[in-house]
Design a protein around this ligand. Sequence first.
Ligand code: GLC
Length: 478
Amino acid sequence: MEILLVSPETVPFSKSGGLADVVGALSKALEEMNIGVEVFMPFYPFIDKKGFKEIGTVSANTLSGSFDAKLYRVIKDKVSYVALDHPLFSMRDGIYGASSFQPYPDNAKRFYIFSLSALLYAEESGKDIVHANDWATGILPYLMNVRKSKAKSVYTIHNLAYQGNFSKYDALSFGIPLDDTLFEGKVGKERLNLMKAGILNADLVTTVSKTYAKEILTSEFGYGLEKYLGECSGRLIGITNGIDTNEWDPGKDKNLKHKFSSTSLEGKEKMKKLVLEENGLEYKKDRPLFAMISRLADQKGFSELLDGDDTLMEKILQEDISFILIGTGEKRFENKLKELEGRFSNFKANIIFDQKESHKLEAAADFFLMPSRYEPCGLNQMYSERYGALPIAHKTGGLEDTIVDVGENKDSGTGFLFEKMTSEEILSTVRKAIKFYNEDKDGYLAARKRGMNADFTWKKSAESYIEAYKSILGRKKK
Ligand code: GLC
């Protein structure tokens, strides 16, 4: 079985979010299980060219002209990565845009060319499965049906809110036959919707946790596409992401000056002291350190935390805790966080996107706050558990599938979950967590150790993907 995993971003070459982590880790896990897998990605200018070898070209016609692009390959950790060297990617500094709030105006064309090139490569190299991810590759399953490709398609939804919505005229420039599965909206107002195209045309649709697979069938989480997802039930499954437990191992992590494990926790206390001091905050042994590492966006709960007067964040900061945040995103949130940093001596807001500091903060923290409105899977809660920081999170999507609430399950809990996404409930859960930390030291330590020992490896998830791939291989086309 030969798989081509197609993604606009993948660790270790490019990353804007969790999608990159997942593609990087899933491909490694598949390779370790002796499944033939290659990752197809754009060759961005910021990727180090060392080790890449030219392996051929892809060429095709579109209405806006023909193109010829070189393909390069590199083997990294035994996984083969194929990079598309096309000026729409190699002459841009960003993945989707100059920043996440300024997408490139020609993204429909960029990712059409990318998807088509991936397919041409898959056909030429005789792949059995083409596995596309998120809106940027949503057109791939459609192209496979148009071209009557022999390979089967899997389409994974990592975040349904980002659908790849473009003018319908963008689709005309592709120079391919068009049908209704590509467009969404009222008659006369249709727009190209790449996510919808992926959902309706793939042989199998997956998403990144079991709970999210159910949630997206409802209007609250379906972002208008719930009716199509409902139609493809039977073709839709949830496979909860794992994490790369080699990269995220507090016993071996190169980013940590002091290493630790569930049976030897002194290093964790030392990391707490170090990180607090580096952030200019006072270290007090029994004062809990809260952490957040997040995109600063509504999805992640920042309206609930920061909007209005007398905000929730201020109430949290009035508790006897320290709090360090790492993240970038919407300016209004960045500004508010900086203002709070000026007023609270127990709070540091680092407006950065930084892997090393993220690893260190997870190692230092006692609690990790993750009040996402919705969360397809989420990875930081698992990184936190593994690094001994109890997550405090909204009971939704992958958060529900990867955290056991310690209030309800004293003997198996690994964190705190709240049901309703309201400021009151977030605050009362934070206070419950602080009380637990202060008054039930043994209970807290036991929960910490359970989280550190939980199995978040990719093996289980990769096995589910292999089963899913196998299930469609023999199937006839729709
Ligand atoms: C997206 C989702 C996140 C998920 C990640 C990887 O970033 O928002 O919940 O963990 O994709 O699948």
